[in-house]
Design a protein around this ligand. Structure first.
Ligand code: GLC
Length: 802
């Protein structure tokens, strides 16, 4: 065997000087003497794509992450050649490419401030073992620069000083700083000088990010194969960066059905049928709202996907219908491993059609998962995805299951050291055949995509609902997600909070954790605190491994049951608010959870905060993360905030102690906000909504709020049958004006808004609706004025005496 080859000792290689430049509409090519080509595409004024080859030619350009719906187009593009650089100017950016070595420097076109610059920039090592290159990029990291993003990393929100790896991994009972875990989202946001930019390294090979960890002034990222291919996304606001990244990799194709934003109860596993019914009946008896009940792997026959254990579930269709009659939507798990069993139709068909993954030399990829030895569909083959989607017919269309939960799709393999497929497994990669090294990180995404296609087809005219454990950038287009097998500890409550925020700033808002912890059993106090946090997570599900005892809201005694009910009720009241935030996420890519740094990046106090977050536009929440706590210190962003429990107004821009016994949690509303609320329901659609409450928080000044509504399921909203109400609040010392503007063709059932005004500094002496004085009919309790008016008002005007 030859070991000490010249190749092995070559080390890092770098581009040499530019010898050729070519422009093709929005794409520029810079070629160097040593065959490196930089292909720079101007996607938008604020989005540049950098793609490098070291051989003079590029491979087929294909990505699972980038959506065909991404917005493109710029207002301005100018290229200038100086002695030392090529200078590309758009409306937002100025980019210098050094003629000497392809080094990149990017400036803000408006004020000429340097945003980001290459250190060594692009460099590479030839891959001795696999061919191709290990592709690398290094950038200068400035003092005071902060970094955020990267999906599900269970680490401090600010990534500075740390190194991470992206390789989707089944990580039972992971802990703080375990890396990597289930997802691979190679996107981060850098923040320096009040300016935020994003880098999306669209490379599905095992990749690494080093945020000034190895060298204090260098941030770098690299991958063990593929291309150096990254997108530079400018803000300068962090929210804009996240929105642009989400636009590029895709917003959810559809709104979820409203019930999917309700409360979900899950366990490994509820069976037989009588157990499922016992749990669902108890929710109704105890009047704890719940919309979804889950069937984990034990509903199947020997863990064979798309089968039922007839002993435990003799008539699934009847059961699912009875559950539906009681307001419960059934969600069933489907894993990728297909049991090797010649009598099993799914196995037989996939074998016949040659849909299973194979090893490099021809044998099938065989691995152990729950059913024992399995083969695995190659979801990277479009024909396999089509077949897979068809398998859902019975489950969804005939039996009536409403959602599908995809698990173990990293893909996880048991009893092998690397927990997954070996590197040599072959994949179609949509006609770009490759090894598992390249397909690993997108395998789960393609499975979830195929599942989504199945649900879309067979749930029609209802909306699909899918959950996945593994994900790559772009997976948010198809599915929701959870953070995998966490543990019932206080540290994991901290992790769950950070992960949900981090997912949101990584373009994937529809996320949540196993509430209460998957492994081990929480005490009532921890469970309560976790539900309190969970009401703010778009995906809101209790899940646990059954061998650690029960974990239903009533498991921990009456006090806990009552508090948990109270918080789940708050979630149900806030459904129109959350649905509106979700609509904004689907429409503009706006994250539903906003870490304080996203909320106010100019306030440096926010750069290292982890616990507080803003839910939607206007609600500030901060979970209690310690045992026996009767409150906590928290940071209030600049502005004024109403305590939802007392209406006390807090002046932000400082840290403060907040009392919060077990039955409470620090929750605040931004002044000027209008928060829409539904009545409490045991499940979505239980009641006809007769009145929507608008909680109005007085402000001296102006604020804007919105309320989106539609049929809560189905596709009509995509054809204009939705209603979007925009409320403009203007408060003066003795006046309050609320103007309403309505868009869309949907007319909700309710006719009336119940307007509850908090913090009004004056006595109301006159009320005008659309310039007509109406009788002073209002109730006044605890300083809150309540009035009822027709939902179609254009202007509500309260005049008072101070
Ligand atoms: C995995 C999942 C977990 C599920 C279990 C059994 O551990 O992460 O949520 O309950 O498998 O299906």
């Amino acid at each position: 065997m030859i070991v000490n080859t010249e190749l092995e000792n070559k080390g890092n290689l770098v581009p040499s000087k530019i010898i050729n430049f070519k422009k093709d509409v929005d794409t520029l090519y810079f070629s160097t003497e040593n065959d490196v080509v930089l292909q720079l595409t101007v996607l938008r004024d604020s989005v540049l794509r950098f793609r490098y080859t070291t051989t003079g030619t590029f491979d087929n350009d294909f990505s699972y992450a980038i959506t065909k719906y991404a917005s493109t187009g710029y207002n301005h593009l100018e290229i200038e050649e100086t002695k030392t650089n090529y200078v590309i100017t758009t409306k937002k950016l100025i980019c210098h490419i050094s003629k000497e070595n392809l080094g990149v420097k990017i400036y803000d076109a408006i004020d000429n401030v340097l945003i980001n610059e290459d250190e060594t920039g692009f460099h590479w090592e030839e891959s001795y073992e696999y061919g191709g290159d290990v592709v690398k990029m290094s950038k200068v990291s400035k003092d005071g620069e902060s970094y955020y993003g990267l999906g599900d990393k269970p680490s401090h929100l600010n990534l500075k000083g740390k190194r991470f790896e992206n390789w989707a991994t089944d990580s039972y009972a992971y802990g703080k700083d375990t890396d990597p875990i289930y997802k691979s989202i190679p996107f981060y946001t850098g923040l320096h000088n009040k300016k935020a930019y994003g880098i999306f390294f669209d490379n599905s090979f095992r990749s690494f990010f080093d945020f000034a960890h190895e060298r204090r002034n260098v941030t770098s990222f690299w991958a063990l194969g593929g291309e150096m291919n990254y997108y530079f996304i400018y803000g300068p606001k962090m929210t804009e960066v996240v929105e642009s990244y989400t636009d590029l990799t895709g917003k959810p194709h559809l709104l979820p059905p409203l019930w999917a934003l309700g409360f979900h109860q899950c366990k490994w596993s509820y069976y037989p049928e009588s157990k499922v019914k016992e749990v669902t009946s108890k929710f109704r008896d105890l009047k704890i709202p719940c919309d979804a009940i889950y069937l984990d792997i034990d509903y199947m026959e020997g863990f064979r996907c798309f089968t039922w254990n007839k002993e435990h579930f003799p008539d699934p269709k009847r059961m699912v219908k009875e559950l539906a009659d009681d307001g419960f939507k059934t969600v069933a798990i489907i894993d990728p491993g297909i049991k090797i069993d010649k009598e099993y139709s799914v196995f037989k068909e996939a074998l016949e059609k040659d849909y299973f993954c194979k090893r490099a030399d021809g044998p099938y990829m065989k691995g152990k998962v729950w059913p024992g030895e399995c083969y695995f569909p190659d979801y990277t083959n479009p024909e396999v995805r089509e077949w897979w989607s068809g398998l859902f017919k019975e489950l969804i269309e005939d039996i009536g299951v409403k959602g599908v939960w995809n698990d173990m799709n990293e893909p996880a393999v048991m009893e092998v050291p690397n927990k997954t497929f070996p590197d040599d497994v072959r994949h179609d990669y949509d006609g770009n055949p490759c090894s598992h090294r390249k397909a690993h990180n997108i395998y789960g995404m393609q499975m979830a995509r195929a599942t989504y296609q199945g649900l879309k087809k067979f749930a029609y005219p209802k909306r699909p609902f899918v959950i996945t454990r593994s994900a790559y950038s772009g997976t948010q287009r198809y599915t929701s997600t959870w953070t995998g097998d966490n543990v019932a500890t206080w540290e994991h409550l901290w992790i769950a909070n950070v992960q949900a925020q981090r997912m949101a700033m990584s373009g994937f808002s529809f996320a949540g954790s196993d509430i209460g912890g998957f492994a081990e059993q929480p005490q009532g106090e921890l469970f309560t605190r976790w539900v309190q946090l969970g009401i703010f997570h778009p995906f809101f599900r209790v899940h646990s491994s059954g061998d650690h005892g029960d974990q239903e809201p009533w498991t921990f005694g009456k006090e806990v049951t009552d508090i948990v009910r109270k918080f789940i009720e708050i979630r149900y009241q806030l459904l129109p608010y959350l649905y509106t935030a979700f609509w904004k996420y689907v429409e503009d890519g706006t994250p539903i959870l906003n870490s304080l740094v996203l909320y106010d990046q100019d306030d440096v106090q926010t750069h290292y905060r982890t616990d507080e977050f803003v839910f939607g536009d206007h609600i500030l929440a901060c979970p209690i993360l310690e045992q026996n706590a009767k409150g906590r210190r928290m940071y209030f962003p600049i502005g004024k905030w109403y305590d939802i429990w007392t209406d006390q107004v807090i002046n932000g821009g400082r840290e403060m102690w907040v009392d919060s016994d077990l039955d409470s949690m620090p929750i605040f509303v931004k002044e000027g906000a209008i928060i829409p609320k539904y009545p409490i329901q045991q499940y979505v659609g239980e009641k006809k909504i007769e009145t929507v409450v608008l909680d109005v928080y007085y402000k001296e000044g102006k604020e804007r709020s919105q309320l989106f509504d539609d049929a809560h399921d189905g596709y009509d909203y995509t054809k204009g049958r939705y209603s979007l109400r925009t409320f403009k609040l203007t408060g003066k010392p003795n006046e309050l004006i609320i103007q309403q503007h309505k868009e869309g063709k949907f007319d909700a059932d309710y006719e009336t808004f119940e307007i509850k005004i908090h913090g009004l500094p004056f006595e109301i002496s006159e009320i005008q609706v659309d310039n007509v004085i109406i009788p002073l009919e209002r109730i006044e309790t605890n300083g809150i004025s309540i009035l009822r008016i027709n939902k179609e008002f254009s202007e509500l005007h309260l005049i008072g005496t101070i």
